[in-house]
Write a new protein. Sequence first.
Lengths: 150, 348
Amino acid sequence: MGMRWLGVVMAVVLGTPWGAGASVWAAGSADEAPHAHQMEAAAVVTEDAVLKEQIAKVDEALATIHEQMAVRRQALQQAMTEGQKASLYAELDGLRKEHDLLERLLHELLDEARATEWTAIDAALARVKSYERVQERATRREEALRDRKE
Amino acid sequence: MTAKSKRSALGFGVVVAALFGCVLGAAWAEEPPEPSTSEVVAAIKRRAQQILEARKAARRLRFSGEVSQLLGYESNPSNGTEHVGDTYVEHSLYLAASKKVTPTVTWQGTYSGSYDNYFEYGDGDYMSHTLTPTKLIWQPGRMWRVDAGVDLNITYYPKAGASNYREFKPSVGVRQNLWGRWFHSVRYEWFIRDYISKKARDGSGNETEVNRVDDRSRVRYEVGTTWNDTLLKVRQEWYWHDSNDERTDFYDAEDYKVTASLNRSLTKKLSIAPSYSFERKNYSKRTVTGISSEARYDDTHTWTLAGTYEFNQTWSLNPSLSYKWLDSNEPTGEYIDTTISGTVTARF
């Protein structure tokens, strides 16, 4: 975020090609909205620790891919030869495919988290389940003694 | 230049050269190369593959269970007017298998068995096996929890074989979570109890050819809330009992019970659970001794103080103290019963 704004400031204040390139990179990143999936992931609350960890890992992987794509886009601005450009386009294409796959996986995980969202009351009831089995056996013992008499 | 000053200058020169060397080395040291695109993509692919494998594993059949051992003392197990106390033990086993059928539906199968044995009061010994071959739990979102299942039970009294029975119990429950920290739920259970050898009797008390069959229904309504490691619940139960044993109409009753329970974590390992219940049983055909028209009713009060100490993820201890007294318009039916027990549980 800081580098993006630095690039914009330099483009405006310094008017240098580097500053201009940085602002193009910043604008490109903003169009991609790289943090939209992070905001979506943060909005879903689940008590399932495994699911939470998986969402965080995929989200981190998406952020890494965005960074790598940004680096390639910046390099594309400075590429001199057609060969360099072709290589960078191929890398960007590969990254975009992985990005799409991971985004689909993230949406599946988020859908699953939303479908099984736990509230504080779910966690509280789960915590006492073992104790309640002990109490149920005590109740059952009283009923069994009473039923035997009847 | 004196020898001393020459040595000082030399030492100073060595220090400066060393510093200069460090600066040059740092300037010449190559930054670790940035990973290439293929390495980054390969690392991300490996992580995604691990996540997909973990999700597949989560959908596989899961097993869990508990083994418990209880030692207790009861002051009046026969619930009679003469208080004859006895020590008892209970061995119990709980096994569960579960599998996610869809993201919101889980299938669960359980087995629960227990054997209670009194040291002196043999009439109180019984063995119970309950198999739940199917219980489906549906969690469509944050608000609703729905479950439905069937229990198959067999209860065996070693010293009162005529009371042995088989029981079929379907049940359905719906819980609604409210505002994140509240809930209310309703559950309906229907019990059909088939006695293995006991015959139904006619109105005169003569045995018929038909086995005794009891028909029972129970509705439970529960409200609860949680805050600061505390869970408070209030449960109401309505219970109806009917039988094809006309002589046993003597035992037919409508039952209402309300229970308030609190469970609070005092530390990460220790929690306490006080509770109070009141039960009113209105007998439909039993009258008070000596009074031909007044139907009998019983009021049972039970105070319980229990706790849980979690030694670790496997072992826990549940001590419990309960005080029960029954008031009735039939004085010969009144009693007091105190029970103290400790249960050790191992989870796997």
